[in-house]
Design a protein around this ligand. Sequence first.
Ligand SMILES: [Mn+2]
Length: 241
Amino acid sequence: MKFIHIADVHWGMSPDSDKPWSRERSQDIKDSFAKAVNQAKTLEADCLFISGDLFHRQPLARDLKEVNYLFSTIPGVRVVIIAGNHDRIRNNSALLSFTWAPNVSYIMGAELESVYFKEINTEVYGFSYHSVEIPENRLDHLKVPNNGRIHVLLGHGGDANHIPFDKGAMSSLDFSYIAMGHIHRPEILIENRMAFAGSLEPLDKTESGPHGMMVGEINEVTRMVTSLKFIPLAKLQYISL
Ligand SMILES: [Mn+2]
């Protein structure tokens, strides 16, 4: 099972908003997102995981349509999304009444739920933010049934106010892969097991270094990740002097 994992796209943001290139950077975010979606097709990925903060703020119907159009161009790729702190689910959100393309699963609940794809024996778990902060550790003790399926967890957090977790405890959970968002610097936290994809484009000058996506593969028999790589995709890089 091949997957692409991205996070923290922050669609709708204008980086460096006080600078003349801000508008261009806003477009770069959309272009790189389109590129990541396209990569899912090129690399023949089975799944595209988006671990929160796809949108910088509450998405309008127009944003949802634009993003959904891109998803509709990869009908063979199962897209699974959770909301992060920036795009948390609100009572009046356009998300609540939006109809996604058939290949898109938006996990909107505040409690752990899952979506199961029989053809690839894969069950993807996650929950969405409904508040600005979640200061409780809600990830590193999760129990899922041992049912012979490939289990993937989408999570968003990693600081004191956004689901702090213990890395050691995470590593003993029954997930083949843990796809994290929130921390904008890409990092493989546990080899072949757990990673922050990082922001797709660097969103301000503190986010130096390469940005892009994680690409991985899970063996159907052992249900272990056999390869996990960070692939740079961002239009540009900030360089710290
Ligand atoms: Mn973010």
